[in-house]
Design a protein around this ligand. Structure first.
Ligand code: ADP
Length: 269
């Protein structure tokens, strides 16, 4: 009888629990839907005026009659516009991923030169922040068939984090290794690292940031790793990391040498 009573109490609690929890879950789903809609509208609406301002600033910079001061100020506008454009691109990609209708178009890429050119793009930031960046590869050429936009999103997110969370004088090492049917891209830094208790899969979710990163760079979005993980999975690969607070982090991305094409509606930009 006691057992039956216990069962009855448990059943009542579960039913009540469901009644209490269901509206909360619905509310949460609704809030998430609204957030996704907001991201989609904001990113699409921001794109057009941004393009116009960038176009005008570019035209102004081409004017010979522009004074020294005017040139300096217009260059500042261009720098801020570039930052804003990358943020809008990030939001646009999140909104594309939210709809779940991403397209991938694998094409042949020689990875060694591709990674080299990505590293060259980072050189100005590394120089400015006094960071040393190096590249090691296991073979002279590594050819893969993959989606360039998705791969760029993955590599850029990890590389920009390595630069962001490493203090001046630090070191970033990029490694490319090919294994049968797959290749592994590794990015190691000797930066601030991630606190042990915050090292979990949540970091790959939207808007999640570790406490030390929030202090170091209050303006971060917490979207880079989310996009990197989604893009990695679209290409049929996996992404993970190891980190020690105060010592540095190492991010690994393992991808197939040949990714399957996905027929969706939008490519990752
Ligand atoms: P953001 O850099 O804008 O915060 P991300 O999604 O790219 O967003 O990264 C999520 C979080 O993962 C960061 O806020 C930071 O806490 C942690 N993280 C990622 N890469 C590194 C790294 N190389 N070193 C230290 N922390 C990192």
């Amino acid at each position: 009888i006691e057992f039956l009573l216990l069962l009855a109490v448990l059943a009542t609690l579960t039913v009540e629990g469901l009644f209490i929890l269901r509206p909360a879950v619905e509310k949460f789903k609704q809030a998430d839907k609204l957030k996704n809609e907001f991201i989609s509208i904001a990113s699409h609406q921001l794109r057009t005026p941004l393009t116009s301002i960038k176009w005008v600033a570019e035209r102004m910079l081409k004017k010979e009659s522009l004074s020294e001061k005017g040139r300096e100020q217009t260059s500042d506008i261009m720098t801020s516009m570039k930052e804003l454009s990358s943020l809008v691109d990030l939001l646009l990609n999140v909104s594309r991923l939210n709809t779940g209708k991403i397209n991938t178009k694998p094409e042949s890429i020689e990875l060694v030169s591709w990674v080299k050119s990505l590293i060259d793009e980072c050189a100005p930031i590394c120089d400015k922040r006094n960071l040393k960046i190096s590249f090691h590869h296991s073979a002279e050429f590594v050819r893969a068939k993959t989606d360039k936009g998705a791969l760029r999103n993955i590599a850029q997110a990890i590389l920009s984090n390595a630069m962001e969370y490493t203090s001046a004088g630090g070191k970033i090492e990029v490694m490319l290794k090919s294994v049968p049917q797959r290749f592994v891209l590794t990015i190691r830094d000797n930066g601030v690292g991630i606190p042990k208790k915050e090292q979990n899969q949540f970091l790959f979710q939207k808007f999640h940031r570790a406490s030390n990163a929030e202090k170091m760079k209050p303006g971060g979005t917490g979207l880079g790793l989310y996009i990197a993980k989604q893009a990695t999975e679209l290409l049929g690969g996996k992404i993970w990391f190891e980190s020690e607070e105060g010592k540095g982090s190492i991010f690994y991305v393992e991808l197939p040498l040949e990714s399957k094409e996905i027929k969706g509606q939008k490519l990752l930009s």
